[in-house]
Design a protein around this ligand. Structure first.
Ligand code: UD1
Length: 318
C-alpha cells in the first residue's frame, strides 16, 4: 500500500483518481468542496477526506508534517478561466500561491516522496496557431488562469532542478467523463451537452447553445485515460522534471461530437447558434508522442469514451 495525497480529491478528475487509487492504496483527499462533492468519493476505508482549502497554509503544513506521502497529485484549482478573468487576485491565490506553498512544504517535510505531479492546462498555449501543440510550442498564456498555470509549472519544475523535489507536469487538454460538474456555463462543453440530452430523454425542452459554427475542434480525452497517464508519469523516472501534453492526439469538431452522442442515444439535439465566444480557440489538439514514448496508449476514442460516459449516466439515473 502506498500513501497518496490528492488535492482537489473530490473534484472531477481528483475523485476519479482517488477512487481508482483507493482500491489498493491509502489516499488522503483534500478538497474545499467549492466545485467538488463528497458524493463523488466512494465509501472506502482507504480514503481519508479532509475538507479544507489548499490556501490554508497551516492546514497544509500540519498535513505535510504529520504524514509521509509516496505521491502527491496536485489537482486542486479554480478551473474556470472566466472566474480568473473576473477575480484574478483570488484565483492567483489558489492557482499559484497555494502551489508555491505546497512545494515549499513538500521540500521541507516530504523526504520520502517519489513524485509530485502538477496538473497544468493546454490553456498555456493560448491562441498560438501551430498544430498539433507540442510541449515546446510557443507558450502564449492569455488569461490569469493560463498565466498562473504556466508560472506554477515553472516553479514545480524548478523545485526538481534546484531542490531535488521529484516533480513532473501534465498539461490537460479537454477532459470529460463521470463526475464532471456541469453547473456553470463555463463547465466543459460535453457535460453541458449531456445535461441537455438528459432533459430531452425526460421529455423536457432543452436546447444546446453552440457558440460559433461548430467547426471548432478540441482534443477530448476520457478521464480514464487521464488517470492512466497520471500514473504512468508518476511512476517513471524518465519523466522527472519534465512536462507532458495529455490528450488523445486527435481533433474532434463540436458538430462531430454532437453527431457521435446523437448516434449513441438516438436523440437529436436542438441547437441554437450564437456568436463565437470572445477569444475562443478555433482548433486545438495535442502532440502526445512524448507521453506515448513512456507507454501511454489512450484506450478511448471520443466515440468509445462517450459510450462509457453515457452508460455511467444511465446507471446513475436508474
Ligand atoms: C478549455 C478549458 C479552459 C481552457 C482551454 C484551453 C474547460 C471547461 N475549459 O476551454 O479552461 O482555457 O480549454 O485550451 O475545460 N461551447 C459551446 N456551448 C457551450 C459551451 C461551450 O458551443 O455551452 C464551445 C466553446 O465555445 C468552445 C468549445 O465548445 O468552442 C469547447 O468549450 P469548453 O469545453 O469550454 O473548452 P475550451 O474552450 O477548449
Amino acid at each position: 500500500m502506498a500513501n497518496y495525497l490528492v488535492t482537489g480529491g473530490a473534484g472531477f478528475i481528483g475523485s476519479n483518481l482517488t477512487n481508482f487509487l483507493a482500491k489498493e492504496n491509502h489516499v488522503v483527499a483534500v478538497d474545499d468542496l467549492s466545485m467538488g462533492k463528497m458524493e463523488n468519493l466512494d465509501s472506502s476505508a482507504n480514503i481519508e477526506f479532509i475538507k479544507g482549502s489548499i490556501t490554508d497554509v497551516s492546514l497544509m503544513r500540519n498535513l505535510l508534517k504529520e504524514k509521509e506521502f509516496d505521491y502527491i497529485f496536485h489537482l486542486a484549482a479554480i478551473a474556470s478561466v472566466a472566474d480568473s478573468v473576473e477575480n484574478p487576485i483570488r484565483t492567483h491565490q489558489v492557482n499559484f500561491d497555494a502551489v508555491f506553498h505546497l512545494l515549499e512544504l513538500t521540500k521541507k517535510h516530504q523526504k520520502m516522496l517519489k513524485r509530485f505531479v502538477f496538473s497544468s492546462s493546454a490553456a498555456v498555449y493560448g491562441d498560438e496557431k501551430t498544430l498539433p501543440k507540442q510541449e515546446e510550442s510557443v507558450i502564449r498564456p492569455l488569461t490569469p488562469y493560463a498565466i498562473d498555470k504556466f508560472a506554477a509549472e515553472k516553479f514545480v519544475l524548478m523545485y526538481n532542478n534546484l531542490y531535488e523535489v521529484p516533480t513532473s507536469v501534465v498539461r490537460f487538454f479537454n477532459v470529460y467523463g463521470p463526475k464532471q460538474n456541469s453547473s456553470s456555463p463555463y463547465s466543459g462543453v460535453i457535460s453541458i451537452m449531456m445535461e441537455c440530452f438528459d432533459k430531452l430523454k425526460g421529455n423536457l425542452d432543452a436546447e444546446f447553445t453552440l457558440f460559433g459554427d461548430g467547426q471548432q475542434s478540441r482534443d477530448f480525452v476520457f478521464v480514464e485515460d487521464v488517470i492512466q497517464a497520471l500514473l504512468l508519469v508518476a511512476g517513471n523516472s524518465a519523466t522527472l522534471g519534465d512536462v507532458y501534453n495529455l490528450g488523445i492526439g486527435q481533433a474532434t469538431t463540436l458538430l462531430e461530437l454532437i453527431r457521435i452522442i446523437e448516434n449513441h442515444l438516438g436523440i437529436k439535439l436542438p441547437i441554437i447558434y450564437k456568436e463565437a465566444r470572445f477569444g475562443d480557440i478555433k482548433e486545438s489538439f495535442a502532440d502526445i508522442s512524448k507521453l506515448q514514448a513512456i507507454g501511454y496508449k489512450p484506450k478511448n476514442t471520443v466515440s468509445e469514451g462517450m459510450k462509457k460516459y453515457i452508460e455511467y449516466l444511465q446507471k446513475e439515473y436508474e
